[in-house]
Design a protein around this ligand. Structure first.
Ligand SMILES: [Zn+2]
Length: 86
């Protein structure tokens, strides 16, 4: 079975884009910066900030289709759906 790679969008305060950061890079964070799949050094925006426009270079690296993330029902890939009360 092929190993599955999970990545989460992390919005960067420098360029405002939502870059994809895989689990290994999230665990290896250095003072709030993460290395995105595109190679960009992401300075993470506060979690309460709205998510940025998806980084095209990260999308190309991941092979995932690019979909805008907005409004109700958004969730972060790899983290599952948020279900209040569970
Ligand atoms: Zn990127």
């Amino acid at each position: 079975m092929a190993e599955r790679l999970y990545a989460s969008p992390v919005t960067c305060t420098v360029d405002g884009l939502a870059h994809l950061v895989n689990d290994a890079a999230l665990a290896a964070a250095n003072r709030g910066t993460y290395t995105a799949m595109c190679g960009h050094s992401v300075v993470a925006a506060p979690m309460v900030s709205p998510i940025g426009r998806p980084c095209e270079r990260c999308a190309a690296q991941s092979g995932a289709p690019q979909r805008p993330v907005s409004g109700r029902g958004r969730h972060r890939p790899g983290l599952g759906r948020w279900r209040p009360g569970l």
